[in-house]
Every structure is written in C-alpha cells, then in structure tokens.
Design a protein. Structure first.
Length: 163
C-alpha cells in the first residue's frame, strides 16, 4: 500500500468522537473530505464530517460516536493512499520532487532537498555547491517538471539568481 503522510491526530474534541488534526499537507482538500478513507495505525477510517477551526481540521469518522472509541489514537500519524490523491501519471506531489535535479539555461542548478509547505507560498529547498536556496512553487519560477527525467527546469529570470 503506497501511503502518504497527511497529518497528525493531536486531540479529541467533545464527547462524540470528533478529533483535531494538524496538517501541513499540500492538498488537504483532496484528502480531508466526506467519504474519503484515511489510515491511522494501519486501520482505515471513513470520514463522515469535516470542518475547520483555527489551525485544526476537525474530523468525525463513520461508526465512531464516543470519545472513548477514538481517544487512544491521540498523537497518531494519519495517512492517505497515494492513488486517491494523484489523478494520473502526469500528476505529482511537490514532495515527490525531492532528489530531482534542477536545470536553468540548460545548466545544472542544483538538487531539490526538501519541500516546505507554508501558508504564503510553497517552497522547494535546493542546494548547489554547498549553498542552500529556495524556489517558490509557482509558474513564474518553474517552467517544466519532468517526472521521467527527474528534473525541474526553472525560468531564466536574470543573471546570477540560480547559477
């Protein structure tokens, strides 16, 4: 089973089995929706209610109607199946790009070492010649992603920015 980490169940809410989830996943709306399965401790749970309060995603699962039925899962990681998130062979998660080579002006511009999903703009963390830099994930910076060649080609936006 190809699972993707999508969040952490941090606490319960109320007495009817609702849980608080913290997620920094890049596609929360594709995962946390009614009818979808999530996996906690290798067991599948079907989501039957979703809402958001502050920085938390609140979930209720089918068949769970009491805090005592879910409390033991506090602190557990939550996963989703990749096949339920990725639409087709051309689709990918930004975290899939870790390890890809970066090209700019047909030259090597480093390697992606991490993906940072923040509220303002997702970033790819890259390294080149021992130096770290960040690439905003948007169409003004990234020209093309090749899953076959495992490369990310950047738009040439000026001398010296990447090379």
């Amino acid at each position: 089973m190809d699972e993707v980490f999508v969040g952490k169940l941090v606490n319960t809410r109320g007495l009817k089995g609702e849980v608080k989830v913290i997620s920094n996943f890049e596609r929360p709306d594709d995962v946390f929706k009614v009818g979808n399965y999530v996996y906690i401790n290798n067991r599948g749970y079907v989501i039957n209610h979703v809402s958001k309060v502050k920085n938390f995603i609140l979930l209720q699962f089918n068949g769970i109607n009491d805090i005592n039925e879910i409390e033991f899962l506090k602190g557990s990681d939550i996963y989703a199946l990749r096949k339920n998130i990725i639409d087709d062979s051309e689709d990918y998660l930004y975290s899939d790009l870790i390890g890809f080579k970066i090209k700019c002006k047909n030259q090597d511009a480093g390697e992606i070492i991490d993906f940072i999903n923040n509220e303002v703009n997702p970033l790819l963390e890259a390294t080149r010649n021992g130096k770290t830099y960040f690439i905003p994930v948007n169409s003004n910076m990234i020209d093309k992603v090749s899953l076959e060649e495992e490369t990310v080609t950047l738009i040439d936006i000026g001398e010296g920015l990447y090379l």
